[in-house]
Every structure is written in C-alpha cells, then in structure tokens.
Design a protein around this ligand. Sequence first.
Ligand code: VGL
Ligand code: ZN
Length: 214
Amino acid sequence: MSSRVKIRPTGTSVLIVTDMQNCFVPGGTLPVAQGDEIVPLVNDVARRFENVILTQDWHPPGHASFASSHAEKRPFETKQLAYGEQVLWPDHAIQGTRDAELHPDLDVPHAQLVIRKGYHQGIDSYSVFYEADRKTSTGLSGYLKHRGIDKVFLCGLATDYCVFWSAVDARREGFETHVIEDACRAIDLQGSLAKAWDDMTKAGVKRIRSNDIE
Ligand code: VGL
Ligand code: ZN
C-alpha cells in the first residue's frame, strides 16, 4: 500500500490509449520492445476511467514516413521533408491490414472513440492532436473540449514518439496532462526516451505510475 494520495479519475478526465496495435508489439512491423507486456495493465487502468479513447496509427501504402518511399533511405535514417526532419520507419500500420489492427488482447469495450491518425500521404502524425506539420488538427481537442474534458491521461506506445507528442500537444491545448509511465513502452532511438521525459517535464506534463490512480 502506498501512502501517497491517489488520483481519482472523474467525468472530466479521459484516458487516451495510444497505438496499442499489432504493428508495435513483437511480431509486428515496427515492434517496440516489451510492447505486448503492457496490454494487461492498460486494460486494468482503462477500467478505472469512465472516458476512454483509443488511437490507431493508420497509414496509406507508400506513406511519406516509410523509408521504402525514399529510394536512397533505410529504416531509422532521417530525411528533411517539407515540414521538418522525419524519422523514416519500416512500412507499418497500413490501413486495413492485420498489422494495423488493435492488439487482440486489448480489452476496453467501453472505449468511446477510436481516432486514426497519419492518414495524409505526405504528413506523419505521432500526436493525436496535431500532425507533424504542427498545424493540421485531428479535431480531437475540439471533441474533448465540447465534452467538457479538462484532464488527459496517456498510456500506450511509444513513450518517446506518439505518447510524447500527444502529451506535449495536450498541454499546448490547455489540458492537465499525465503520462502513466509503467503503462507505456519506448522505442528509444539515440536517447529519444530521456529527451522525451525532459521535454514533457518542461511542458508541465505530470509523470505518474498506474498505482497513483485510484
Ligand atoms: C509511432 C513511429 C511511427 C508510435 C508511430 O506509435 O509511437 N512511432 N509511427
Ligand atoms: Zn506511424
């Protein structure tokens, strides 16, 4: 038993379960180490929230974020695209494929919305709020505000890409923002995980653990 005061999710809190898809767990096209391990914890945490939304990375074939779309490039290299530097990934999360489906053991029947992102051919979208040009909105902020949501909690994959950018943007949109560290796993390319926590802390994101939530 922890003596810390616990956080009790309310009707104005939302849990955003990020990219818990076949592609991001071992056996998928862009596996995050131990990505599958968090599925039971994510299910457990989700039961503590009335409001839950799921996100799905959802790319068309030949997407600009794929190394295979750039003749001279290999996965995990970077390239300057119109909106800035893009990490180039193996082909992953292609619309309509099994690889892009939510993990079969994800058990969140009360999720209210599944929001897809990364569907514009030429723009990636790690964040579930703004695409990688940092201007194109997914509409999620308006949806949450219309519903009176003021607190965002994040878990899922990957801590240092999609969770990170979504957390920073949740702050940018004025939401109180928490990242549930033990219910996430990271890709960690060249120190990206440490930098992500640094930047999230500077942005005012709260770093919590699942047992901090009642
Ligand atoms: C992600 C890299 C490429 C993620 C998505 O879900 O963190 N990372 N596409
Ligand atoms: Zn992607």
